[in-house]
Ligand binder design. Structure first.
Ligand code: FES
Length: 69
């Protein structure tokens, strides 16, 4: 579910999965769009987001990690 403070882009419209939510799923081990759907207990809908989801996963995997303070 989208957090009202989450201002990142919605990647999957059917399931309202945002870029931030996808990065959180990746941080918790998701590596495929289906992993992300499972992480949020969602089902694939129209599948129009498959490429965007894969790109968001790739960005999350390759973004520099900021050290915790
Ligand atoms: S936009 Fe993601 S399943 Fe439809």
């Amino acid at each position: 579910m989208l957090d009202k403070n989450d201002k990142s882009m919605v990647v999957c419209i059917c399931n309202r999965l945002s870029e931030f939510m996808i990065s959180q799923a990746v941080a918790n081990g998701a590596r495929t769009p289906d992993d992300v759907f499972r992480r949020y207990h969602k089902r694939r809908g129209c599948s129009n987001c498959t490429v965007r989801l894969a790109e968001a996963i790739d960005r999350a995997l390759h973004q520099p990690q900021t050290p915790a303070e």
